[in-house]
Design a protein around this ligand. Structure first.
Ligand SMILES: [Zn+2]
Ligand SMILES: [Zn+2]
Length: 259
C-alpha cells in the first residue's frame, strides 16, 4: 500500500480521467492520495474531488508563484477553508525564485500568511521551494513552523537543506525526479534521508517518473518512485511503502481512517 502525498487531481488533464485514474491507483497498490490546492479560485474544485472519494484528501493554499486570484488570501480565510473535514494541510506554499523575476517580497509575505494560518488551525504545511532554500528555511524558522511541521515536497535541494528541514521537524518528499538518470545528487540525498522521515509523491500531472517520462503523470506512477528509493537504499519496496504510508498518516493526522 502506497500513498501519493502530492498531486493535482483537479487539473483538467487528470480530472477528465478520474474514474479510470482511481482504478489504476487501486490496481497498482496506491491506496490514497493528497490533492493539492494552488489557487483560492480553484479550491472548491480541489475540495470537490476529495469529497467525492473516501481515499482522497486535500489541502488549502495558494502556490508561491500563482497570481491568478488577483488578490492575497488572509490568515482567517485560509483557516476557514481548512475547517472542512477533507482538508488535512495548508499549502502548497513556500518560495519559488525560479519562475518569478524582480521583487519577491510578496511571495515571502504570502508564505508567512500560510504559516500563520497553519499554526492557527494546527495543520501541517506542504512546502514548495525552488532556488530559494535559504529564505524558505529562514522564514519557516522565524514563523515558528516547527510547531506544526510538514513536508518539503518534490525535494530537489542539497543534503544540507534536507538536514536543516528535518531539524525543523519536516519530512522530505521525493518525486519522479529521483528516477531520472541525471539526478545523481538527488539520488544521494535519497540515500541519506532516513526511511522514517520521507514521503513519496508524483506531483502529477507533471514530472512523470521513468519509464513514463514525458507523459502525463498520475498517482499510480508513485510506485516507480518507491521502487527507485528501495533500489537506492537497498531495502524492499514493501519497506519503503510501509514507512512512507506510516509517515503520511503520522503527519496528516486528519487523514487517519476513523472508526
Ligand atoms: Zn510544488
Ligand atoms: Zn504541486
Amino acid at each position: 500500500m502506497l500513498v501519493d502525498s502530492h498531486c493535482h487531481l483537479d487539473f483538467p488533464e487528470l480530472r477528465a480521467d478520474l474514474p479510470a485514474l482511481l482504478e489504476r491507483m487501486a490496481g497498482n497498490g496506491v491506496s490514497h492520495a493528497l490533492t493539492i490546492s494552488t489557487t483560492l479560485s480553484g479550491f472548491p474544485g480541489v475540495r470537490e474531488v476529495a469529497q467525492a472519494h473516501p481515499n482522497l484528501w486535500c489541502t488549502a493554499g495558494v502556490h508561491p508563484d500563482e497570481r491568478r486570484d488577483g488578490r492575497e488570501a488572509t490568515v482567517e480565510e485560509l483557516v476557514e477553508l481548512a475547517g472542512h473535514p477533507k482538508v488535512v494541510a495548508i499549502g502548497e506554499t513556500g518560495l519559488d525564485y525560479f519562475r518569478v523575476e524582480g521583487d519577491t517580497g510578496w511571495q515571502r509575505e504570502r508564505f508567512r500568511v500560510h504559516i500563520r494560518a497553519a499554526r492557527a488551525c494546527a495543520k501541517p504545511l506542504v512546502i514548495h521551494t525552488r532556488e530559494s532554500a535559504a529564505d524558505t528555511l529562514r522564514i519557516l524558522e522565524e514563523e515558528g513552523a516547527a510547531e506544526v511541521g510538514g513536508v518539503m515536497h518534490c525535494f530537489t535541494e542539497s543534503a544540507e537543506v534536507a538536514q536543516a528541514a528535518m531539524r525543523l521537524g519536516f519530512l522530505i518528499s521525493f518525486s519522479g525526479i529521483v528516477t531520472f538518470k541525471n539526478a545523481r545528487d538527488l539520488k544521494e540525498v535519497a540515500r541519506l534521508v532516513p526511511l522514517d522521515r520521507m514521503l513519496v509523491e508524483t506531483d502529477a500531472p507533471y514530472l512523470a517518473p521513468v519509464p513514463h517520462r514525458g507523459r502525463t503523470n498520475e498517482p499510480s506512477f508513485v510506485r516507480h518512485v518507491a521502487e527507485e528509493i528501495a533500489r537506492l537504499k537497498d531495502v524492499s519496496v514493501d519497506a519503503v511503502a510501509r514507512a512512507t504510508t506510516e509517515n503520511f498518516f503520522g503527519l496528516f493526522r486528519d487523514a487517519r481512517p476513523r472508526g
